[in-house]
Design a protein around this ligand. Structure first.
Ligand code: ZN
Length: 259
């Protein structure tokens, strides 16, 4: 029997004024271990982490012909730029390969027969991850992460999960300009959402019982922190989320922007 895959909670805070609404949204979506997000620092649960992350991007659907915030370029540049950055170095303490993170390639899946609706289900997104994995020729590998990037005009519902059909991790990445399900507030500025999800995928790729790595997940405790612009090794600047560091603050832990 295959255990059900549990999507892990995500980056969610665009601006402080919508904090209360957004938290309610997050609670509504929280299931399984991720519901215990506030219960102390991340602890090693024994599952694998990504020691050599390979990141692919699938721009899902013909809706990507419109890209008012130029997210295709921004997202691709972000994934290309993070390796060896001081921001990604935070994850080194958890065993993740912050110096071995590779952007591989992207794909524009413009097939209208399986284009996403405005709020695709987890099953639909997982099916797209499977299509993307086949397109890319990926074999089962917990170091692989496919970002399923949704076009503009949907709902902000980001998470990362595990595609058990292929054996790869995937991120449901909403268009940053899209609203939350309650239609109040936009999803997130800059790389806030994707930085949250990449950090959590690298430190907990297999979101299934018995395979968890670091729980609670490393970005969730820092959702309330304001985003900050960080400079990557190639000089590009991105607005990212803080990540929880167990070793910061004299070992008491803190939300930080560099490792
Ligand atoms: Zn999260």
């Amino acid at each position: 029997m295959t255990p059900s895959t549990i999507p892990q909670r995500v980056g969610r805070l665009p601006t402080r004024p919508v904090l209360a609404l957004v938290c309610a949204f997050a609670v509504a979506l929280s299931i399984g271990p991720s519901a215990a997000v506030a219960s102390g620092p991340p602890r090693n649960q024994g599952g694998p982490v990504q020691t050599a992350p390979q990141i692919y991007i699938d721009f899902w659907g013909p809706g990507w012909s419109k890209d008012p915030l130029n997210e295709r370029q921004y997202l691709t540049n972000f994934v290309r730029s993070i390796n060896r950055s001081s921001w990604l170095e935070i994850l080194g303490q958890y065993g993740a390969g912050w110096q071995h993170t590779t952007y591989v390639i992207s794909w524009s899946d413009t097939d209208i027969s399986h284009r996403p609706g405005p709020d695709p289900s987890q099953d639909a997104t997982k099916a797209e991850a499977t299509r993307a994995a086949h397109h890319f020729g990926i074999r089962p590998n917990h170091n692989v992460e496919i970002i399923i990037a949704l076009p503009v005009g949907g709902t902000c519902r980001p998470y990362h999960s595990w595609d058990s059909d292929v054996g790869v991790a995937f991120v449901a990445y909403p268009y940053n300009g899209d609203p939350f399900p309650n239609h109040q507030g936009e999803c997130a500025p800059g790389a806030r959402t994707v930085s949250h999800e990449i950090a959590e995928t690298m430190t907990d790729p297999i979101t299934e019982p018995g395979h968890f790595a670091w729980q609670p997940e490393v970005a969730d405790p820092c959702d309330a922190e304001a985003s900050r612009t960080v400079t990557m090794p190639d000089g590009q600047k991105f607005l990212v989320q803080a990540i929880w560091s167990n070793k910061a603050n004299g070992g008491r832990g803190a939300c930080v922007f560099s490792g």
